[in-house]
Design a protein around this ligand. Structure first.
Ligand SMILES: Cc1cc2nc3c(=O)[nH]c(=O)nc-3n(C[C@H](O)[C@H](O)[C@H](O)COP(=O)(O)O)c2cc1C
Length: 212
C-alpha cells in the first residue's frame, strides 16, 4: 500500500515482534494500464532533473541489440528549452478538438532520445524498448508521459544544440487526464476519442491478438 499501512499496523499492534512485511509494488499489468499516453499536465508539479535521471537509469538496465547501447538521452526541465519543445511537437492529431495540449496544461519536462549511429532496424527496436521502459518507469513513479514522434527534428536539434539526431521525444509530468480502454475487434475503428472528459483508447481484445 502506498502509505505503508500494513507495516504501520503491525508495528502498532505487535511492536518489535512484527513479522517482516515485504512492501508489494504495483504489478506489471497495473503499470501498463497506468502508462497511458498523456496529453495534459498539472503545471504546479515541477519535474526535477533527478527524476528524469531515475527514468533514464531504468533504460540502462534493458536489452540492446548486440548490447551496443547506441541511444543517448537529453534531459529537459522547465524553462526555455521546454518552451521550444512545446512549440515543435504535435499532440493528439487524431482528435477533432482544439490543438492539444490545452493552454496551461503543456508538459514542462522532456526526454529527447537520440542515437549515436544512423537509424536502422536494430536501433529502432532498442528505441522502442527504451520508450516503453520510460513509460513504465514514469508510471511507477506516479508520473505520466507520452511518446512523441510528430516533432520538428531540425528545430529540436538546433534548439537543443544536439550533435546527435533526435529519434523521439517523450514528455513527462503529472497528468490531469482520465482514460478508458475500450476492447474492440480488429475491424473496428482504432481511433482514440474523447467523450465527457474521458480519453477513450480502443485496444484489440486478446482473443483477436492470438493467431492459430
Ligand atoms: C512510436 C510512437 C509515436 C507516437 N507519437 C505520438 C505523437 O507524435 N503525438 C501524440 O499525440 N501521440 C503519439 N503517440 C501516442 C499514441 O497516439 C498512443 O500510444 C495511442 O494513441 C494509444 O494510446 P495509449 O498509449 O494510451 O495506449 C505515439 C506513440 C508511439 C508508440
Amino acid at each position: 500500500m502506498a502509505d505503508n499501512y500494513l507495516e504501520k499496523r503491525y508495528e502498532a499492534t505487535l511492536g518489535s515482534q512484527k513479522p517482516k512485511v515485504k512492501r508489494v509494488g504495483p504489478t506489471l499489468d497495473d503499470l501498463l494500464l497506468r502508462a497511458r499516453s498523456c496529453r495534459g499536465y498539472n503545471q504546479n508539479y515541477v519535474v526535477k532533473r533527478a527524476e528524469l535521471e531515475r527514468i533514464v537509469a531504468a533504460c540502462g538496465k534493458i536489452g540492446s541489440a548486440k548490447n551496443q547501447q547506441l541511444l543517448r538521452f537529453r534531459l529537459v526541465t522547465r524553462g526555455p528549452e521546454a518552451d521550444m519543445l512545446n512549440a515543435n511537437i504535435k499532440l493528439g492529431a487524431m482528435l477533432p478538438e482544439p490543438h492539444l495540449p490545452l493552454p496551461g496544461t503543456e508538459p514542462q519536462a522532456f526526454i529527447v532520445v537520440c542515437a549515436v549511429a544512423d537509424a536502422n532496424r536494430w536501433i529502432d527496436i532498442d528505441l522502442g524498448m527504451a520508450l516503453q521502459t520510460i513509460m513504465l518507469k514514469t508510471a511507477e513513479m506516479g508520473l505520466n508521459s507520452i511518446i512523441i514522434g510528430a516533432f520538428n527534428r531540425a528545430e529540436v536539434r538546433r534548439g537543443l544544440n544536439l550533435e546527435l539526431e533526435p529519434q523521439m521525444v517523450v514528455a513527462v509530468g503529472k497528468g490531469i487526464e482520465h482514460y478508458a480502454i475500450d476492447t474492440i475487434s480488429p475491424d473496428e475503428s482504432h481511433a482514440y476519442y474523447r467523450r465527457d472528459g474521458i480519453h477513450h483508447i480502443p485496444k484489440i481484445g486478446v482473443a483477436d491478438l492470438i493467431i492459430d
